[in-house]
Design a protein around this ligand. Structure first.
Ligand SMILES: NC(=O)c1ccc[n+]([C@@H]2O[C@H](COP(=O)([O-])OP(=O)(O)OC[C@H]3O[C@@H](n4cnc5c(N)ncnc54)[C@H](O)[C@@H]3O)[C@@H](O)[C@H]2O)c1
Length: 382
């Protein structure tokens, strides 16, 4: 019986943003070890990162194709790869590893085109591989609690959703044309690297997934207005949505809202009550039942659901945050692959990670929003 996995990473050198968060998150449970990587196409930066993590020199690869090939040939090759590159590489890197029989966890958005995302799903199914897409906020413990409450019918039928993801960090770009800002995220505004959308693709998709995860509802259509403010891609988006149960909602996604840093807020309204979760205060959930004062649920307390208890890492009052949310996605994904390699069936709780289907939904959402905005905010079917 294997107790641990081996994994590799593509992207995420020592200066990158999210690769480091992934590595820390994997280490929370100590059940997968980083043994291979292609962290940067520049070999000096690549080696610096691989050596920092004490990888064998022959497993610090100059390119991801060589990595997929060589790792698939080794007896002690990687069990899965984490893809943490800018968006334009997700599809091609994921395809390469799937073709070599290696499980994939990929950052969002999954691909530029819907057809590419669907191709990745078909390939993963054909090869019998597990494909996760890192919609990290659904790893938060109290997001799981919100999902349980909706499932138990505590707020009745969902009739309205109001959700936002507001940041301010690109407000200085307004009116600056396509001048490149020397910023961590400068590639996010380049269509060749980011795809057809910046704001909706980068953070709007987190709203889309988090709402869908909590409610179990799928989007049917959207009507959107995206603002570029003279930039090549959108920095702001206001989106009307319709779900498959007929309910409507409003999503507001922005990188130009002064005073907001990483303000993902999800409010779900039902016939019997409402739930609100705020990413910057993630350990609590506001639950209001019709005619009653708002109750604050705290993570880790005795009254939360069994699922929330299972996924709890720290006693209540000791904050869990972004790292734990990522760690929870990895916990489920790694449990699933470990069961597979040991010839066991993964349980429902193991499979509680965002999949390639969620990745496809995200790419469809981006395309529908962009198409709607180009056509005077007409409703576009998903
Ligand atoms: N899930 C989340 O909450 C979340 C948060 C931030 C970023 N992301 C996603 O993660 C991805 C990376 O974002 P980031 O902010 O870390 O970007 P970044 O620019 O900080 O890092 C990208 C890394 O990819 C490497 N890279 C580029 N081309 C490569 C190649 N050909 N081979 C190997 N490595 C290569 C770069 O050297 C760099 O190390 C994006 O798709 C983004 O949407 C997700």
């Amino acid at each position: 019986m294997r107790k641990t996995l081996r994994y590799g990473m593509v992207g995420g050198d020592l200066n990158a943003f999210i690769g480091g968060v992934h590595r820390i998150a994997v280490n929370f449970d100590g059940r997968a070890q980083l043994v291979a990587g292609c962290f940067n196409p520049d070999m000096a930066a690549n080696k610096e990162c691989g050596q920092f993590y004490r990888l064998d020199e022959d497993r610090i690869y100059a390119d991801y194709k060589e990595m997929a090939q060589k790792e698939s040939e080794r007896e002690d090759g990687i069990d899965f790869v984490s893809i943490v590159t800018p968006n334009f590489l997700h599809y091609q890197v994921a395809k390469e590893f799937l073709n070599h029989g290696i499980n994939v966890l990929c950052e969002k958005p999954l691909s530029f085109e819907v057809g590419e995302a669907e191709e990745l799903k078909a390939l993963a199914e054909e090869k019998g591989l597990y494909f996760a897409v890192n919609y990290s906020y659904s790893g938060n413990n109290m997001v799981k609690e919100a999902r349980e409450l909706v499932k138990q019918g505590v707020i009745g039928d969902v009739i309205n959703v109001n959700a936002e993801y507001l940041q301010e960090y690109l407000v200085d770009d307004i009116g600056k044309g396509d001048q490149k800002m020397v910023k961590l995220s400068s590639w996010r505004k380049d269509p060749k690297v980011a795809g057809i959308s910046n704001c909706v693709g980068d953070i709007g998709t987190h709203i889309e997934h988090t709402v869908s995860y909590i409610t179990g509802l799928k989007l049917k259509k959207v009507a959107a207005v995206l603002d570029n403010y003279g930039q090549p891609l959108d920095l702001n988006a206001n989106i009307l949505v319709e779900f498959d149960n007929g309910a409507h909602g409003v999503y507001s996604s922005s990188q130009v809202c002064v005073g907001h840093m990483n303000g993902l807020v999800v409010r779900i309204f039902g016939t019997e009550g409402a739930i609100e979760w705020v990413q910057e205060n993630p350990n609590v959930l506001s639950v209001t039942l019709k005619g009653q004062p708002t109750q604050i649920y705290n993570r880790g307390m005795g009254y939360v659901s069994e699922r929330s208890k299972e996924m709890n890492r720290l006693p209540s009052g000791h904050p869990e945050g972004l790292y734990e949310a990522f760690a929870n996605i990895y916990k489920c994904y790694i449990s699933t692959i470990l069961k597979k390699v040991n010839g066991e069936e993964p349980a429902e709780g193991d499979l509680d990670f965002p999949t390639v289907d969620d990745g496809i939904a995200g790419v469809k959402f981006i395309h529908a929003c962009v198409e709607s905005s180009k056509n005077n905010a007409v409703w576009v079917e998903i």
